[in-house]
Design a binder for this molecule. Structure first.
Ligand code: ATP
Length: 428
């Protein structure tokens, strides 16, 4: 039976198995560093045992090995003073020499993603992401949300401007969902008051940036009986604070040590600023003027400066932005009496992580807004949801990879996705 390294007891015979990450041959001893999912340990082979030494010297980095022996405490050993003295070893899988080293180019790293993830920093990205998702779910279940699973193969081309992937579907065409937006609202119309989904979304955006993937994981939620989009902002803020605190409790020290960055759990309310006021602040403080084509929206430069502003003015890594132009927002966002959309974006460490809004649940108004955007028949299946009773509601979407990227201070989104998908990346 296998014992996990963390469960080893002093002087008790046990079998441990794991991956070798270093072999050191010295005059009297061979040291093998072994890692399993729980911890790591130095396995020390005495060269007086010739047979075992021969086997130990045949072990390479990355090999999967089982040892039978005892853990002992030794003052000479670093990392808690534990070492493992083996009686026997069995190589379960012998690894070839690695085809990449620390100087490997990003593309080579992606080709060998599973090896790149053995790196002592990168190995933590996915477990920390997993913990973040676990705590988000925990928060949402505690708050009466149910998890839904919406189709990713869809029959009509979609709700927003961003491009969709077309796929062959028997003798017709289908598309890959770029967001579960319509379906999560359909769930509200079904009578489920609080729903969420954490699932892939596909965007056929042929741009190579450090923040876009063609397939990413969207954390989507939608809930009913809200009074305003501010309720949506509040829900998001509370959810993020909850999950970030739990991630920090579990991984805060490790994040600091391996990624060299502090995970800061916000204590105060996230500051809110109107887009026009933000433009003015950026002009005043940094002499920055938004280019004409981006007016009514944010671009990467504005987001970066907005971060600087939020830190200087509020000491906050998060910043809510409201007061968008209806031309830049989808037709399903509710609008106020002046026809301004009741939605927001959330920036974290200088990057957009979320769009959210109160949705238009009134059928006639929705038809009007759709028509204004030149949409009619194409969104009919969606507008029908609001014909037979639908409560006021709102929601948002957070990109999981963006959040991971920012929490861990990574330099590119390809590192924040287990297996990256971009315009030039369909493998492995
Ligand atoms: P952007 O303007 O940055 O391209 P967007 O306005 O298209 O984003 P939304 O459609 O509002 O984004 O999606 C909500 C969230 O999903 C974004 O804030 C972001 O966190 C994430 N997201 C959107 N597109 C991508 C993508 N291509 N890759 C990774 N995450 C994305």
């Amino acid at each position: 039976m296998r014992t996990l390294i963390k469960d080893l007891k002093e002087n008790e015979l046990a079998n441990i198995s794991g991956m070798v990450y270093k072999v050191r041959d010295t005059k009297y001893m061979v040291f093998i560093m072994l890692k399993d999912r729980s911890s790591f340990i130095q396995v020390s082979v005495d060269k007086q045992n010739e047979e075992l030494t021969k086997k130990a010297l045949g072990v390479t980095n990355g090999s999967i090995v089982s040892f039978k022996g005892k853990m002992v405490l030794s003052e000479y050993v670093k990392n808690g003073g534990k070492e493992f003295l083996p009686e026997d070893l069995e190589i379960l899988s012998l690894a070839d020499a690695y085809p990449l080293d620390e100087n490997a180019l990003p593309d080579t790293r992606l080709d060998y993603r599973w090896l790149d993830l053995r790196n002592e920093k990168k190995e933590w990205i996915i477990p920390i992401q997993s913990a973040f998702v676990q705590y988000l779910r925990e928060y949402l279940y505690k708050n009466d949300f149910i998890e839904i699973h919406t189709p990713k193969l869809i029959g009509t081309a979609s709700e927003s401007g961003s491009s969709v992937f077309e796929v062959k579907y028997f003798d017709t065409k289908a598309y890959l969902a770029q967001s579960p937006q319509f379906y999560k609202q359909m769930a509200i119309a079904s009578g489920y008051e609080r729903v969420f989904e954490i699932a892939p979304a596909f965007r056929a955006e042929n741009s190579n940036t450090n923040r876009h993937c063609t397939e990413f994981t969207s954390i989507d939620l939608e809930f009913a009986y809200i009074d305003s989009y501010e309720d949506v902002m509040h829900m998001e803020e509370e959810m993020l604070k909850y999950a970030m605190k739990k991630v920090k409790d579990e991984y805060g020290d490790l994040i600091k040590e391996r990624f060299g960055i502090e995970l800061v759990v916000p204590k105060k309310a996230f500051p809110v600023i109107k887009l026009q006021d933000l433009y003015q602040e950026l002009k005043k403080r940094y002499n920055y003027e938004i280019p004409e084509r981006d007016i009514g929206d944010l671009n990467a430069e504005t987001e970066k400066l907005a971060y600087q502003f939020a830190m200087e003015e509020y000491n906050s890594e998060f910043l809510f932005i409201v007061g968008y132009n209806k031309a830049k927002r989808p037709f399903y966002h509710m609008r106020d009496e002046n026809d301004n959309p009741l939605g927001y974006d959330l920036l974290y460490r200088g990057m957009e992580i979320t769009s959210g809004a109160q949705r238009e649940h009134r059928y006639e108004k929705l038809l009007h807004n759709a028509k204004e955007k030149g949409l009619g028949e194409d969104v009919k299946f969606y507008t029908e949801f609001f014909k037979y009773g639908c409560p006021p509601h709102g929601g948002f979407a957070i990109g999981l990879e963006r959040m991971t990227l920012l929490m861990l201070g990574l330099d590119h989104i390809r590192e924040a996705e287990f297996i990256f998908r971009g315009p030039n990346r369909l493998h492995p």
